[in-house]
Design a protein around this ligand. Structure first.
Ligand SMILES: O=P(O)(O)OC[C@H]1O[C@](O)(CO)[C@@H](O)[C@@H]1O
Length: 375
C-alpha cells in the first residue's frame, strides 16, 4: 500500500497497540526527567495538530494526575501566560520538529536557563539542534505532513506518560492502572472499527461528501479537540470552510446559519445524556447531510457510525478522529484537491510556519521510508 494519508490512518490502531505494549520503554526517558526534578505541574505547548492532540489528551491527563496540566498554543505562552507558567515542567511539542514558533520558544527558554523537553515525531528535525532533551513519541517515520498517525500516537503517548508517572509516584493504584491500560487497548480496536465504518459511510454518501462546501463539526469535552482537529484537516486538505463547536455552543447562535447545503458532523461518544443526540436530530430537520459517531443505542439512521462499546469519554479521542481523517484523506484524493491555490505559495514564502530546511527534511524522511521498504 502506498504510504499516503490513508496508509497512516490504516496502521494507526496497530501502531497504537504496539506503543501500548512497549509503554514503559517508550515513556521512560521523559518520566525519568520529570521525576528527577521538583516541579509538579506540567505545561504542554504546541501548535496545529500537536496542540489539538494535547487538548484531546488533557481530560485523561487531569483524571490520572494529582497536579495541574495546562495546554497552550505558542502565542498564548509567549504573549499571555509565560510568567505564570514558568514553574511548570515544560514540554514543547512539534511532530515535524521543524516549526519555527516552537524553535523560537526553545531559544527564549534557553536564554532564561529554563529547562524544557522537546517531544517530537522527528528526531532529525531542525528543533533537535537546540536541545539534547528530546523524546520521539512513537509515531515512527510518518512521511506525510497532514499528520494522522502522529496525531493519534501523540494523544496516546501523553496518556501513557501520565499513567507511568502516576504509577511510579504511587498516586495511581495497580487496579486503576490496569483498567486504564485495558481501556486504551480497547480504544485502539475501536479506531480500527471506526475506520471500517468511516469507509462504508464515505461509499454510501460519496456524492454528498464530494460536494461538501461548508461544514460544522460538533463535539464535547475531550472530543471538542477531535472536532478542532477534524476542522483543521478538512481545511488543509479538502479546503472546505469548517467550524467546530461544543454542542450547546452550536445551538446558541451558529445553528442559525444552517441551510440544507451544510454538512454537520456530531461526536456522541462517552456522553451521559441524550442532549447531543437531540441536537443532531433537530439539525437533520434542516439538512440531510448530518453525520454522527455514537456509542449509544439510538434509533438507526443513515450517516451514523455506531460503536459497539462504551468507553469513558476521556479515552474516546483515541478513535473518534478516524472519521474526519479518513474523509480528509480519501475525498481529497478522489477530488485530486491536495494542491493549494497558486497564490498560497506567495503567502507561504512571506510567512512560513516551518523552517527553511523543512522540504529537505521531509524528502529525507521519504527516502528513509523507501530504503526501509526495500530492505
Ligand atoms: O510539526 P508541528 O509543530 O507539530 O505542527 C503540526 C502542524 O503543522 C502542519 O504540518 C502545517 O504546517 C499541520 O499539518 C500540523 O497540524
Amino acid at each position: 500500500m502506498e504510504k499516503d494519508m490513508e496508509y497512516y490512518i490504516q496502521v494507526s490502531g496497530r501502531i497504537m497497540k504496539d506503543n501500548l505494549d512497549k509503554r514503559k520503554s517508550l515513556t521512560q526517558k521523559i518520566c525519568d526527567w520529570y521525576l528527577d526534578q521538583d516541579k509538579e505541574d506540567i505545561c504542554l505547548i504546541a501548535s496545529g495538530s500537536s496542540l489539538n492532540a494535547a487538548y484531546a489528551a488533557r481530560p485523561f491527563l487531569l483524571k490520572y494526575s494529582k497536579f495541574d496540566i495546562s495546554v497552550l498554543s505558542t502565542v498564548e505562552y509567549l504573549d499571555v501566560y509565560r510568567e505564570r507558567e514558568k514553574n511548570r515542567f515544560t514540554i514543547l511539542i512539534s511532530q515535524s520538529g521543524c516549526s519555527t514558533n516552537i524553535i523560537e520558544i526553545m531559544k527564549e527558554l534557553d536564554k532564561e536557563h529554563q529547562p524544557f523537553v522537546l517531544l517530537t515525531g522527528n528526531e532529525n528535525g531542525s528543533a533537535s539542534r537546540y536541545t539534547d532533551r528530546l523524546v520521539e513519541y512513537g509515531v515512527g517515520n510518518e512521511t506525510i505532513d497532514y499528520v494522522t498517525l502522529g496525531y493519534s500516537t501523540l494523544i496516546e503517548f501523553l496518556m501513557l506518560m501520565i499513567l507511568e508517572i502516576g504509577f511510579q509516584k504511587k498516586e495511581i493504584s495497580d487496579q486503576e492502572y490496569e483498567t486504564a491500560v485495558s481501556q486504551i487497548r480497547k480504544a485502539c480496536e475501536m479506531q480500527e472499527l471506526c475506520l471500517i465504518q468511516a469507509k462504508e459511510l464515505v461509499q454510501k454518501r460519496y456524492q454528498d461528501l464530494l460536494c461538501m462546501e461548508k461544514a460544522i463539526l460538533v463535539g464535547d469535552g475531550a472530543n471538542l479537540a477531535t472536532v478542532r482537529e477534524g476542522a483543521l484537516k478538512f481545511q488543509e486538505t479538502l479546503k472546505v470552510p469548517t467550524v467546530y463547536y461544543e454542542s450547546e455552543e452550536f445551538i446558541h447562535g451558529p445553528d442559525m446559519q444552517l441551510t440544507p447545503d451544510y454538512s454537520v458532523f456530531f461526536i456522541d461518544c462517552g456522553k451521559t445524556s441524550d442532549r447531543l443526540y437531540d441536537i443532531y436530530k433537530a439539525t437533520s430537520l434542516i439538512t440531510e447531510r448530518c453525520y454522527m459517531i455514537t456509542d449509544q443505542v439510538h434509533d438507526k439512521r443513515d450517516g451514523q457510525i455506531r460503536m459497539p462499546c462504551r468507553l469513558p469519554a476521556e479515552i474516546t479521542p483515541l478513535y473518534t478522529a478516524a472519521l474526519f481523517q479518513y474523509i480528509a484523506a480519501h475525498v481529497t484524493k478522489e477530488k485530486n484537491n491536495f494542491t493549494c491555490h497558486p497564490l498560497f505559495s506567495r503567502m507561504e514564502q512571506a510567512v512560513s510556519p516551518k523552517t527553511e530546511d523543512y522540504d529537505r527534511i521531509m524528502k529525507e524522511k521519504l527516502e528513509r521510508s523507501r530504503r526501509e521498504e526495500n530492505g
